[in-house]
Design a protein around this ligand. Structure first.
Ligand SMILES: [Zn+2]
Length: 68
């Protein structure tokens, strides 16, 4: 189990970017925390499968990505 703090980015302008705006749960062993508000936006997920996605935090509305 690894806890990741997501990196806050600007709102993506590219329509081809895959934006996830719901809470994720299951599939792995990692927890994702919003880099702005600190809330958990992914619980027990497989972070390796989420590197290509942009997340819109359901709590604070900011855009975050996996840290690199
Ligand atoms: Zn947030």
């Amino acid at each position: 189990m690894v806890d990741f703090t997501m990196r806050v980015i600007a709102k993506p302008r590219d329509d081809s970017v895959k934006v996830v705006s719901r809470l994720l749960k299951g599939g792995g062993y990692d927890n994702l925390h919003c880099g702005a508000c600190g809330r958990v936006i992914g619980a027990g997920v497989d972070s390796n499968r989420l590197k290509d996605f942009v997340f819109k935090c359901p709590y604070c509305g900011l855009y975050v990505v996996m840290p690199t």
